[in-house]
Design a binder for this molecule. Structure first.
Ligand SMILES: Nc1nc2c(ncn2[C@@H]2O[C@H](COP(=O)(O)OP(=O)(O)O)[C@@H](O)[C@H]2O)c(=O)[nH]1
Ligand SMILES: [Mg+2]
Length: 288
């Protein structure tokens, strides 16, 4: 870019309850499926970075795990990631699933969050509710003195207005990322996330929450990437369940990888039992 042009840059945190649509919004804004989305809660574990550059503006989004009442150690680690991110961002975007959330609970949560940065409230999933409900939410949240945007992240409706407003809040400063960068997450991490997404879609109940995906090998040739990954589970019984679904998990993850990396993919998945699986998972989340 021309050296004389003033550029604007800022860090934007996406917060909200699990399933409010944070990862869907992040992917819609960035234009790539960087953060995994599933109908199950707590799909997002660490914080995921996505960059939107529309010169002279650069917005760096941090998608966080949802804010919820943590009961187990792993959940506490996930929650800590979300709460720690508050301190690292210039703008706080708080998403609300207006189709499912309880209005009083959201008001209570927002009143208790200690936020120093400018706050933006985003009512998401407007494709699912009638206008009267939207207006009820907007009026109940008006005392927070924060701008309120009504969007559908899934249908990409209302995103332009949100971006336009975010740009007005950015400070003059150099771009942190190259203007073509969409993320700084390493390719092998994103590939593991694509496999993990399939665990959420293909496995029932609690099992996806107790597993993680480990990167093992990445061989890249001209038009082919050969990837080895290991799905780590805490018990033998879990291994049997995962192995029975491994074909579907692998073929769906492979499709996502081909679409993302624009190359042919050979994906070899292994399943390993590790009785310290939950401790390892907690550590992995803490270091994200
Ligand atoms: N109908 C509808 N569904 C949405 C919208 N945004 C997200 N979802 C769905 O809500 C679920 C949770 O989304 P996700 O982005 O993973 O939520 P997160 O936990 O806040 O990151 C997924 O099934 C999404 O497809 C929306 O605007 N409309
Ligand atoms: Mg998410």
């Amino acid at each position: 870019m021309n050296d004389n042009v003033i550029t604007y840059c800022g860090w934007v945190g996406l917060f909200g309850e699990p399933n409010s649509g944070k990862s869907t919004l992040m992917n819609a804004l960035v234009g790539q499926n960087i953060s995994i989305v599933s109908p199950k809660v707590q799909t997002t574990r660490g914080r995921i970075l996505g960059v939107v550059t529309q010169e002279p503006h650069q917005m760096i989004f941090l998608d966080t795990p949802g804010i919820f009442k943590a009961q187990r150690t792993v959940e506490k680690a996930i929650l800590d990631v979300a709460l720690a991110t508050f301190k690292d961002v210039d703008i706080v975007v708080f998403l609300i699933d207006i189709a499912k959330s309880d209005l009083d609970r959201i008001v209570y949560k927002l009143s208790n969050l200690k936020i120093a940065s400018p706050l933006i409230l985003v009512l998401n999933k407007i494709d699912l509710v009638p206008k009267e409900i939207l207006l009820k939410w907007a009026s109940k949240l008006s005392h927070f003195n924060a701008p309120i945007f009504m969007i559908s992240a899934l249908k990409k409706d209302g995103l332009d207005g949100l971006i336009k407003h975010l740009k007005t809040l950015l400070s003059p400063g150099n771009f942190v990322f190259d203007k073509d960068d969409l993320t700084n997450m390493p390719s092998h991490f994103l590939a593991c996330e694509m496999t993990r997404k399939q665990l959420f879609f293909q496995l029932d109940h609690e099992l996806p929450y107790h597993t993680y995906v480990e990167h093992e090998k990445w061989d890249e040739a001209d038009d082919l990437i050969a990837i080895h990954q290991c799905i780590v589970v805490p018990k033998d019984t879990h291994k049997r369940i995962v192995v029975s679904k491994i074909k579907d998990i692998g073929s769906k993850a492979r499709q996502d990888m081909m679409a993302f990396f624009h190359k042919k993919i050979r994906l070899d998945l292994f399943v390993k039992v590790e009785d310290k699986c939950l401790d390892m998972l907690t550590k992995q989340i803490q270091s994200s």
